[in-house]
Design a binder for this molecule. Sequence first.
Ligand code: HEC
Ligand code: HEC
Ligand code: HEC
Ligand code: HEC
Ligand code: HEC
Ligand code: HEC
Ligand code: HEC
Length: 236
Amino acid sequence: MSVSARFVLRVIVACLMGTCVCYAGSHPVRVEQNSNCLECHADHATGDHVHPAVTMGCTSCHSIDNREDATYVVLKQTKGVACFDCHDPAAFLYPHLPYASGMCTRCHNPHVSANPRLLRAKVNELCLSCHLRTKESVSSRYMPTIELTANNSMGHPYLRHPVSGSHDALNGGEMSCISCHQAHGGMQLHLLKAAAEIPEDALNHDTETKDMCRQCHLRMWGLEGAPLKKKHKKDH
Ligand code: HEC
Ligand code: HEC
Ligand code: HEC
Ligand code: HEC
Ligand code: HEC
Ligand code: HEC
Ligand code: HEC
């Protein structure tokens, strides 16, 4: 496929995934710029995690367009761009397509959320909504998918490797897709947080490397920072 054909394909894909969809109906009641939006929309400003932008006022993102016949509440900017009013766009050697195409609200709720980082779902659920290999997704040419077993908790990047339900020794908390990957993009292939090669001897802790796999495994075994032992000197 040529570069431009691939670009067009990506734009189509982005549209299919929702970037182009905007709400466009009129607002059911007449409101003014300074109306108290929370009288009717309190649910958009209360929850476990409230976006600080909401605290700054609804009109930091929405504006009111009062016409003779109707009121329209519109986004000041198209969705992805609206976020960049306050968040600097990051540049990556390997950008994640949904981030780079401004699909911020595919993963984040712009108002409130029960999940940290305003995520629309738990991390793994969110990632797997696009990346889980199913009968339907298996033949997709644009969406890389992974195969998992045991309630989608195991099987990647190694057979029987956990992707949830274990302690994350590097970041604390529970292991998830973002124990190893970066959600917006990264400087390593496959959006990995650090280089990881999956060598033959991945679990042989006598090999000295900064490899991501070993970093976590050494810490799990309480060996982090320990001087590396030489196998053949282990006689006692
Ligand atoms: C008197 C009640 C009331 C007030 C005040 C009010 N809204 Fe609404 N709004 C509604 C109802 C009812 C709906 C339709 C149901 C829904 O989406 O919750 C709605 C829908 C919306 C929508 C989605 C549909 C659309 O028109 O695009 C947005 C965005 C919105 N309101 C923003 C605001 C903002 C911003 C304010 C403050 C300037 C505000 N509303 C004040 C009652 C109100
Ligand atoms: C950080 C920017 C931002 C702020 C601040 C913000 N909104 Fe929104 N709002 C959005 C975006 C973006 C959408 C479109 C979401 C989508 O389609 O995924 C939206 C959609 C909505 C909708 C319709 C869809 C829905 O989620 O129900 C309502 C209603 C709404 N906003 C009300 C409000 C109210 C009320 C406030 C203030 C309490 C507010 N918004 C503050 C960005 C914002
Ligand atoms: C009016 C300014 C403003 C706009 C527009 C805005 N944000 Fe924010 N956002 C903030 C501020 C302030 C914070 C808190 C400081 C920080 O983390 O940068 C924040 C924090 C966040 C966080 C982290 C929340 C947490 O719990 O750690 C996320 C995620 C986020 N914003 C997503 C978005 C998305 C998605 C959009 C576009 C729909 C957006 N923001 C638009 C001001 C804004
Ligand atoms: C594929 C899902 C996804 C998309 C698309 C996405 N994010 Fe995020 N974002 C995340 C996840 C997951 C985190 C939490 C990362 C962590 O804790 O390591 C996050 C964290 C954040 C934070 C908190 C601070 C930080 O950088 O860690 C902000 C702000 C943010 N995102 C803004 C945005 C904006 C703006 C966009 C759109 C240009 C966007 N995100 C698109 C998944 C996404
Ligand atoms: C809206 C759908 C969507 C969601 C949600 C999503 N992704 Fe992606 N992701 C994509 C698409 C599309 C690509 C392929 C981009 C391309 O071809 O360049 C991709 C690419 C990737 C790749 C790169 C594969 C490679 O070999 O380079 C990784 C890794 C990845 N995503 C991880 C994640 C993680 C982790 C999450 C959750 C934080 C996530 N994705 C959420 C759509 C999504
Ligand atoms: C323990 C670390 C780790 C965890 C956790 C992890 N990944 Fe990966 N992922 C990798 C590595 C390493 C690769 C590169 C695999 C390779 O080189 O064959 C990869 C590759 C990928 C790819 C690209 C596959 C391809 O065929 O191009 C996707 C998509 C992906 N991961 C998504 C996810 C999702 C979604 C989750 C959460 C359910 C997740 N990963 C959890 C380490 C991890
Ligand atoms: C964030 C921490 C973390 C990272 C990074 C990580 N692992 Fe693991 N790994 C684990 C945990 C937790 C287990 C489960 C150990 C257990 O249950 O005893 C595991 C188990 C394994 C197993 C044994 C699976 C079995 O057969 O039981 C292998 C092999 C493995 N990891 C290889 C890798 C490779 C290769 C990488 C890099 C691509 C990697 N790991 C990255 C945490 C990690």
